[in-house]
Design a protein around this ligand. Structure first.
Ligand code: DGL
Length: 272
């Protein structure tokens, strides 16, 4: 017979890992963790109704996330992945002790590695909210004060991805415009500091080499895997996934396809 603590740990291990973002962007993180840990149960919530998060206030983001965290608590999640740079920079500090949930924020969990890259100048593309918070700059310079950090906001890029306009000529010009602006500063690496931006690799690499760009999700997924392992929270069973959105499930499925083919159609969930 299993001892009580073993039973509890078994129940926790068996619980899902939950992800959220304003839309399809967080799939760039989810797809990587799923590859590393295929035997886990996953829940993904895309808050498409309130997209773009990068243009929202702290109060609004706290309101949306409260519903999302409560939804994850009902689903008995064992951890929540903030697969969103904007919420990591604006509200993580406010929510980290508010819920009985282990929360992984993308910026704080990957900046240590970014700070150790053998470069002196890093460019950051991110949303307005992330850029104004200076979260990347603060986190990277906390680990390495010698790195210069240049930040440029690209709010239009989220719409290109969510509205599935990656192949449109106007989208290519919008991406190139910001890239040209960044290249004036001669960055040695450019961090895609919004989870939607790796969807634009095809456009970005038309103009600059692939290895100039960093998708922090690579480090983030590795960090989550190691941390769950350290805490004895990994599950070895049959993996599963459930995807939820707060509006337009069909558009989500189409836009997601560029990066991630959904096994199941997203389910619609509304909190109001
Ligand atoms: N993908 C999110 C981020 O990483 C939010 C983008 C948005 O909705 O503005 O910041």
């Amino acid at each position: 017979m299993l001892k009580e603590s073993k039973i509890i740990s078994k129940i926790i291990n068996n619980s899902p890992i939950a992800f959220f973002d304003s839309g399809v962007g967080g799939l760039t993180v989810y797809s990587k963790l799923k590859k590393l840990l295929p035997d886990e149960k996953y829940i993904y919530f895309g808050d498409t109704k309130h997209m773009p998060y990068g243009e929202k206030t702290e109060k609004e983001l706290l309101e949306y996330s409260d519903n999302i965290f409560n939804f994850f608590l009902e689903k008995n999640a064992k951890a929540v992945v903030m697969a969103c740079n904007t919420t990591s920079s604006i509200i993580y500090d406010k929510v980290k002790d508010k819920y009985d949930l282990k929360i992984y924020p993308i910026i704080q969990s990957s900046s240590n590695i970014l700070a150790q890259l053998p470069v002196k100048k890093i460019g950051i593309f991110a949303t307005h909210a992330t850029v104004s918070s200076n979260a990347y700059k603060k986190e990277i310079q906390k680990h390495n004060p010698d790195v210069e950090v240049i930040q440029i906001a690209c709010p239009e890029w989220v719409h290109i991805v969510e509205e599935n306009k990656i192949n449109e000529t106007q989208s290519i010009s919008l991406v190139k415009e910001k890239l040209d602006e960044m290249m004036h500063y001669f960055p040695e690496k450019i961090v895609l500091g919004c989870t939607h931006y790796p969807f634009l690799f095809d456009i970005l690499t038309k103009f600059q080499p692939r290895d100039l760009f960093i998708d922090p999700a690579v480090y983030f997924a590795e960090f989550i895997k190691n941390d769950l392992k350290q805490q004895g929270l990994l599950e070895i069973s049959q993996g599963s996934e459930e995807i939820f959105v707060s509006s337009n499930p069909e558009t989500f499925k189409k836009s997601a396809k560029v990066f991630y083919e959904l096994n199941t159609p997203p389910k619609l969930v509304t909190f109001d």
